[in-house]
Each structure stands twice: as C-alpha cells, then as structure tokens.
Design a protein around this ligand. Sequence first.
Ligand code: BES
Ligand code: ZN
Ligand code: ZN
Length: 490
Amino acid sequence: MHKDCVIELKKSSIDVNSSIVLPFFEGKIELNGISKKADEMSEGAISKILKEFKGEKGELKIVMPAGKLRSVALMGLGKKEAIRNDNLIDGFADAAKTLRNGGSKTILILLDTVTIDRKVHAATLGALVGLHRFMMYKTKGLDKVKNVETIFIMIEKPELFSEEFREAKITAEAMKKTRDKVNTPPNDATTDFVGDYAKKIAQENRLKFTLLDEKKLVQLKMGCILAVGKGSATSPQIVILEYNGSENDKPLLLVGKGITFDSGGYNLKPTNGINNMKDDKAGALTVLHCIESAAKLKLKANIVAILAIAENLVSGKAYRPDDILKAYNGMTIEITNTDAEGRLVLADAIAYGVEQYKPKGVVDIATLTGASLYALGHFTTPIVGNNEELIAKVKKAADAAGERMWQLPSWDEFGEVMKSDIADLKNSTDGPDAGVITGAMFIKNFVSDYPWVHLDIGTTVWSKAEKGAKQKGATAVGVRTFIELMKNWK
Ligand code: BES
Ligand code: ZN
Ligand code: ZN
C-alpha cells in the first residue's frame, strides 16, 4: 500500500546499509566531516565517482551498492551564486525519487556539505513533495509500488533548524493536499464535497467558517455565481474562512476560483479543451490549504480565505450567452461567453469580500485563461494588479519561494474592451488578444480600489511531466508563494 513517509530532523550520522543523498555545489569538491565518513563507509566509491562529478545543476550520480552503504546519490546544485530555491527543492526531489525507485526504504539527506540558506527547508519540502503520488484511484498493482518509509534530514546542529523544518513540513502538507484535491475527479469532488471539506479544515484548525449557500447567495443578490452554477445538480456556494493571528489588523484577503468542472457551458469546450477541467477548482483549494497553513504556523497575521465554488455545466437551467447578470456590487454584465465563468464567480466573491472585510490587500488565484499559455508558457504564472506595492510583495514572495511569476501591465486601455454596448460590462472580448490582462481587467471592476493582485494559474496549475518536485498532475502552484507572503504580511 502507498503510505506517507515519516520525516525526521537529526544530527548527522550514517549507519551501514544506508541510502544517502550528498549535495554539492559546482566547483572544487572536498570531502570533510560527514562526507569523509560517508566516503570511508563507501570504501572509496564516493571519492572515485567524484572524479567525474562536476556538481552541475541537475547532475545526479548514483552508486549502488557503495561499499558498506546501500546507495549513494551525489547531487549537483550548480554555481552557488546562481542557485534558486526551486533548483534546491527540485534537486532534492529528484534525488529522493531516484533512491526510492532503486528500492531504498530509508533515505538520509546529509546537508553539511553545502552552506546555503534554507537548505533544511528545501530538502524537507523537496523530498516530501517529490515522493508524493496521487494513488487514491489505483486498485491494481499497489503491492508492487515502491515506497520510502523514513527520511532523515541530517545536519550538524539540528536544534537551529527546527522552525525551518516545521515550516517545510506544513508547506509540503499543504501542497500535497492541494494536489490530491485538485486531482480528484469531478464526479467525486462536487461543489458540496469541496464545501464540506473546507468546513472540516476550518473545524480542525479552529478557523471561523461561513457558508453562503445558494439560498443565501440569492438573498445577497450574487447574480454571477448563481448564474454560473445554475446548470449543475450541485449548487454553487461561497465559503469563507477566517484566521486571526494578529490584533485589530486589517486582513489579507485570499480569493480562489473553485469551478469543480468547467464544461464551458453553452459555449461548450471542444473535446481536447474539456478534458482535465477538474483542475478549474485549484485556486479555491490553494487558498484553503494556505489559510490552514497560516493557522498551523501560528502566523502573526489576519487572513481571510474565500472560495468561490460552482460547476459550469449545460442544462435547461444553465445560463446562456446573451444573458445579462447583475453582480453583487450592482454592475450589470452581458454574457458573451459562458466559458468565461471564472471571472464571474470571482466578481461576486471579491465584491463581497472587500465590502465585508475592508482588507489591506486582496490576492486572487484562478485558472482563469488558456491564454496564460501564450502569455508566459508552462512554468511562469502571470501577475496582474492595481497596486505596485502589493505586486512587489507578491513577486518577492514568489522569488523567495522559488515559484516563477511575472507581472503584466494593467493599463486602463486594456479595460476598454470589457465594456458592453448594452450593459456595464461584458464577460469576454471578441478576439484572443491579451486574454490574461483583459480577464484581470474584468475582475478589477469588483475590487473597489483596494490593493489587489490577480494570479492566473490557467497553465501553471498542471504538469504533464514528472520533473523535480512536480508530479504528473496538479502542481499546487501558489501554495509556496502564499505561505511566504503570509509569513511576511504586515
Ligand atoms: N478554466 C478556463 C481556463 C483554462 C483553459 C484553464 C485551459 C486551463 C486550461 C476558463 O474558464 C476559460 O474557459 N477561459 C476562457 C476565457 C475566454 C472565453 C475569454 C479561455 O481561456 O478560453
Ligand atoms: Zn471556462
Ligand atoms: Zn474555468
């Protein structure tokens, strides 16, 4: 059976028959301390292979068996000056996976060979997330699946790193849970399922929980999310979680798009566009697991997470192109494309959120557009916002967390195309140009001048390949950035 492994932070030591990971920077490599001991135990196998090992980024050399050791993974990190947090995380993930695939059940990651900030964090996170797989729906061959049972993160003075280690474990947990839930198919992960799950998380972490069910959404006149959810047998809902870690401070508001399946509605997606539209709920699951992490980390910040949950289907009740909706803030919206539903559910959720919580900043995260692929490709998340200070904070958090994010402009001219001839706004434009920005410009109408940043994870939400800390499937993009942002939130 596939089980999650145990991880411990311990003082460096090596037993016979261990499987070890040894990281090195590029350049002259000298063995001392624990790496020298490892070499002795490997009966010189390590120093021998080091002759042809450069320490280049992504380099991974495995010796198996190596003298008295079961296996050794020499891991290259590249030049110390050029290294980023994601390189570290990916490197440890690859090393751990390779040892697992070679049959190791216990892995020792030895960190004394490199001096670099946050190495305990990167090793812990990389190993945990890298080894994680989504197996809930596999019924055959599980007995043959290779598993790591224990990971030891080893360092000379572990007592100095317990906080970093704890943060990494909580972050890894948030990523794994986000991946699992995003990967869960839409017949199981219905709107009610996501809402109930959010309630469970709130209860476990003593977070204030508010459910705006369909009846309440009607009372509140949230015409947009109601319309998007109309075609589905499970009703739309908005879920709000609040974490109070600081006195009297105005909160950071995190808003996530939670479309449990996006068929496109009457503007139905074609076959190759409709597959995988279960990933359209990723934003909601990201903000949920991030507020959970804030509570677990006892961060000194006030956080509000809003999940805008609905399913976009076709039925006799579904909303249509040509409909005109009225959003919570009173603006009217001509529907020109039922597939541009994410911005609609966010419109109500954000308008309500800013009115209720008067936040210091709003960050929304949404699989909003396919156009994000053309804007910045597979691994970079576009940022659009209305406030340079908040944008800088998000960028800084992303850089520190090792997630690639890049700002696109939000000049007023981009917003012009979202105006309708017969209503205040329309929800899509005629052409494909600047789709990420125009989508964001639509949302901007609902933030009432509060500092706001929008992350379009339409492309970065999913990975087709297994690489570094990524598995095939949901990536949990945004989790690391948000945790970093909340840690430094003032
Ligand atoms: N959920 C999609 C965006 C998406 C597409 C995410 C492909 C991941 C992969 C979103 O609701 C959508 O359909 N957006 C439209 C917007 C358009 C109609 C203005 C799009 O991108 O085509
Ligand atoms: Zn859509
Ligand atoms: Zn969508």
